[in-house]
Design a protein around this ligand. Structure first.
Ligand SMILES: *[C@@H]1O[C@H](CO)[C@@H](O)[C@H](O)[C@H]1NC(C)=O
Ligand SMILES: *[C@@H]1O[C@H](CO)[C@@H](O)[C@H](O)[C@H]1NC(C)=O
Length: 427
């Protein structure tokens, strides 16, 4: 059976190879951003150059990596035992007391061997992490790119535990690895509190993919760290993973999560009543998590999330004859019966969200695009060409929700009606 973390890595490597020339010329500094998924430029040079021109001054905004100061004392360690890290940029003007945090994504590891492999990479060790990263999209300090949060204190939290900041050390004995996700989360919070987060007036915890899942897992906990009178909300980008059967009827994602939970002792970070009521791994799925979150949550998720299509619905191993090869690389290459299967996946997502729809403080932006994370790239977060629903960009929708300008639940019409998509194409 396919291994979602490896699938993603293989895919990333293929992407990196193919696009390296473009990325190296246009955006070498941005490549690090995509452990899982690329940005969305198509293979069109004029478009790439255009994007580069537009973004050049923005990507010049590189932010240094800070390693956690008290990592050794608190036992908050990456998979390989190195210190975890984050990138911090101070807020200014009206944003001085406001904070936006963004948790990096990058799949999970579910076996000793896949975690060992990861421990030699940036996603498992700060030894290999880039020392600087550009802040763009929701982390940009350019008001044209990030209208509501540009002046806030901004933090990108690096991911190096392999279990969405929810692993526990009890199960690491004899593995030679460190399963310290929960401790990393707590240690990062304490360090940020000491940098001024403790007096935040407004705060938004966000994250993409496995970082979006971490956002949901820790959302209420984040709320508790902050002053009672602060406005605190959470934004999960491409983190709404489904326990959906693949095209052969295998529960690939469910058994993968079961292994992650077991290997890294994740159950302790999950909702207690949920974990007592059903197999704990089921409580790692957002469908269950959002039932218990009390803090306002916004979900950004494409209905045809490319990572979920490639790893949950059509994992490589479930397509031995490669009849899905083109479709899983580009939605525009799917035949009508394949599109019908993808529409089934979209229906499952909407069904999983039906209860959340009634949540008065919740927001959502479920667009019908073939993409993954959409909040940390200017192209997808907020630009003249970025995706929209009802003519609102993701940044505008999230801003309207955060500041109560509008309670927003936006669900796009099904593929192919949306002409604003930034669909990825890997063919
Ligand atoms: C860890 O494993 C060793 C033997 O490999 C054993 O003696 C020790 O009790 C174990 N510790 C825990 C906490 O399980
Ligand atoms: C969509 O919004 C833009 C501003 O973001 C505005 O200029 C444009 O007129 C709007 N289009 C429609 C059809 O409302």
């Amino acid at each position: 059976m396919a291994n979602p973390s490896l699938g993603a890595l293989t895919w990333w490597r293929k992407w990196a190879k193919k696009h390296w020339a473009i990325a190296a010329v246009g955006f070498s500094v941005a490549v690090f951003l995509f452990p899982l998924i690329s940005n969305s430029w198509r293979d069109d040079d004029s478009n790439v150059n255009h994007q580069f021109d537009r973004s050049h001054s923005i990507t010049a905004d590189l932010v240094d990596l800070t390693l956690l100061h008290n990592a050794k004392d608190t036992g908050a360690l990456c998979l390989d035992g190195s210190s975890p890290g984050y990138h911090f940029q101070k807020g200014f003007g009206s944003g001085s007391n406001n904070w936006v945090l963004h948790i990096e994504g990058g799949g999970w590891c579910d076996t000793i061997s896949s975690c060992s492999f990861r421990s030699l990479k940036p996603l498992g060790s700060s030894k290999y992490m880039e020392r600087q990263v550009p802040f763009s999209g929701i982390l940009s300090c350019d008001p044209a790119q990030n209208p509501d949060f540009f002046s806030w204190n901004k933090v990108k939290i690096r991911y190096c535990d392999g279990a969405s900041f929810a692993g526990h050390p009890e199960s690491e004995n004899g593995t030679g690895l460190f399963f310290r996700g929960q401790l990393i989360w707590e240690a990062v919070m304490h360090e940020l509190l000491s940098l001024g987060l403790s007096s935040a007036k407004q705060a938004l915890l966000s994250g993409c993919s496995a970082g979006g899942l971490a956002t949901l897992i820790h959302c209420d906990d984040f709320r508790k760290f902050l002053p009672k009178d602060a406005t605190v909300k959470c934004l999960a980008d491409a983190g709404f993973f489904l326990d959906e059967k693949d095209i052969l009827g295998n529960q690939v994602m469910g058994s993968f999560y079961r292994d992650v939970v077991q290997l890294q002792g994740v159950a302790k970070s999950l909702h207690k009543e949920c974990a007592a009521r059903m197999e704990p791994y089921k409580c790692l799925f957002p469908r269950e998590i959002i039932k218990n979150i009390k803090t306002p949550v916004f979900l950004v998720n494409p209905a045809y999330d490319i990572w979920q299509i490639q790893n949950i619905l059509i994992p490589d191993a479930s397509d031995p004859h490669h009849s899905w090869q083109n479709c899983r690389l580009s939605i525009h290459k799917c035949n009508p019966s394949q599109i019908a299967t993808l529409q089934g996946f979209r229906s499952s997502l909407l069904e999983a969200l039906s209860e959340f729809q009634k949540n008065k403080e919740g927001g959502m932006f479920i667009n019908s695009c073939f993409v993954h994370c959409q909040t940390w790239m200017a192209n997808t977060w907020h630009s003249p060409k970025s995706p929209r629903i009802n003519n609102k960009t993701i940044a505008e929708s999230v801003g309207d929700w955060f500041f109560n300008r509008n309670i927003l639940k936006q669900i796009d019409c099904p593929y192919p009606c949306d002409r604003t998509c930034y669909d990825l194409d890997f063919t």
